[in-house]
Design a protein around this ligand. Structure first.
Ligand code: SF4
Length: 439
């Protein structure tokens, strides 16, 4: 009898990446093996993202493609998972008759049971935020990944006016320090040298039992034996405290890279977004972080065309980008999301204007980014291999400051997860070209 196969397609953030590893682990524990070809799969999972309307449309169109495989494989199971699953719920089952189940992000640990219920004939709706959520540390398919990811806090309580996350991921829930340390230890023993702590507002972590915050967590996790690189994502600017900055300065294995979404450089837009800080406060935080860690690289998220954004407010964003020297920027046109407050704000920005602003912003950032990358030519870095490069005989990796590096080497010599010393030869806008010094 041939083994059953699964195929998972993942969109969105690191939380979804980890959820896909958790679902893969549960399938493998039942003897269902991975395949790269959806056409030969018996179980197809679409782990979706609903941060923008486009991402949501994409997952529906993908389900439309995969359901055609049911003609030849009537036993094929198709599951909609992730944030669109939580947002759409029963509606997804109603509009897509071939969809077998809908599994929300807080129910990922129940995949096995959901599949058995489907086998018994039920089209399963598993969404919502139950108090008890199964989490099997041993059933996570971490193979092939260069980093060990550990969720420390789920959900978000902030309700920024543009964001759907509080609806799709629920209210904040921190895991205990004890559980987190146990999982980090497990990953280090398994051989990971880089650990990434995950949360929508990672630095808002609080131990549910003891009076401990994210600074205390860094103080415990960073010194753990075998941990060469510690990252955390995504930090919320307002939640950074001086004690956290001290920890970033204190531990050299905390990577000199932070993703710190600012969203806009205009105080009036930030107010309409409900972000709870001004651009002056954001600048002061970046200055304090850079004073603590001179080599710190910072990336950010920006939204253009937010309701009511004037040309002058957009210019404020360009000014902030010019002043901050972000090493990477993830910029998007505002996308109205169901259940959020921003679509009710007056003076929507038309798509032509938003597209023009986005292009100006990206072009502006490209010049800055290229210059910052050129400053790195001639420097040596220890690079964590992430996989094969685009060309034969090359590998891709990340510097501690999170730059993408392409360099000469073979996966047989340096598999994903290895550390390799390289020298930067050339700078591109979004990556560096380097030579390996380790051979
Ligand atoms: S902090 Fe704001 S943008 Fe971030 S997840 Fe929460 S609501 Fe969304």
């Amino acid at each position: 009898m041939t083994a059953r196969r699964y195929f998972i397609e993942t969109w969105g953030c690191q939380m979804n990446e980890l959820d896909s590893q958790r679902m893969a682990g549960q399938l493998m524990a039942q003897g269902i093996l991975p395949t790269r070809d959806p056409q030969e799969a018996d179980v197809i999972l679409l782990n979706s993202c609903s941060i923008r309307d486009k991402a949501q449309q994409k997952v529906y169109s993908r389900i439309g493609e995969y359901r055609l495989f049911k003609g030849e494989r009537p036993q094929l199971r198709i599951g909609l998972c992730g944030c669109v699953a939580q947002q759409e719920g029963q509606r997804a089952l109603d509009v897509v008759p071939d969809l077998d189940f809908v599994l929300g992000p807080a129910r990922v640990g129940e995949l096995r049971e959901v599949l058995s219920r489907r086998d018994a004939g039920e089209r399963v709706l598993a969404t919502g935020f139950p108090e008890v959520r199964p989490f099997d540390l041993d059933a996570i398919a971490r193979d092939g990944s260069h980093k060990g990811m550990v969720t420390i806090i789920e959900g978000c309580n902030k309700r920024c006016t543009f964001c759907i996350v509080p609806t799709t991921r629920g209210a904040e829930r921190s895991r205990s320090l004890r559980e987190i340390v146990k999982e980090v230890r497990h990953l280090l023993d398994y051989g990971f040298v880089e650990i990434e702590l995950l949360g929508q507002t990672v630095n808002h972590w609080r131990d549910p039992i003891e009076n401990l915050d994210f600074a205390d967590l860094l103080a415990v996790v960073a010194p753990m034996a075998g941990l060469k690189r510690l990252r955390f994502v995504t930090s919320y600017p307002r939640d950074f405290t001086p004690r956290m900055i001290e920890q970033v300065a204190l531990h050299s294995n905390i990577c000199p890279y932070l993703h710190l979404p600012v969203q806009s450089g205009s105080n009036s837009v930030l107010r309409r977004m409900g972000r709870g800080y001004t651009h002056e406060e954001y600048r002061a935080l970046v200055a304090a972080l850079r004073a603590a860690r001179a080599d710190l690289a910072i990336s950010t998220d920006l939204i253009v065309g937010f309701p009511g954004e004037t040309e002058a407010e957009f210019q404020d964003t360009l000014q902030l980008v010019e002043d901050m020297n972000f090493t990477a920027l993830y910029a998007f046109k505002y996308s109205p999301r169901p259940g959020t407050a921003a679509p009710r704000l007056p003076d929507a920005v038309d798509d032509v204007t938003a597209s023009r602003r986005l292009q100006i912003l990206l072009d502006f950032q490209n010049v800055i980014q290229r210059r910052l990358n050129e400053d790195l030519v001639g420097r040596e870095y220890e690079v964590l291999v992430t996989g094969a490069g685009r060309q034969t005989g090359t590998l891709a990796g990340r510097t501690p400051c999170h730059r993408i590096v392409h360099f000469n080497g073979e996966p047989s010599m340096y598999p994903a997860g290895s550390l390799v010393q390289v020298r930067v030869d050339r700078a591109l806008t979004h990556s560096l070209l380097a030579s390996s010094l380790s051979a």
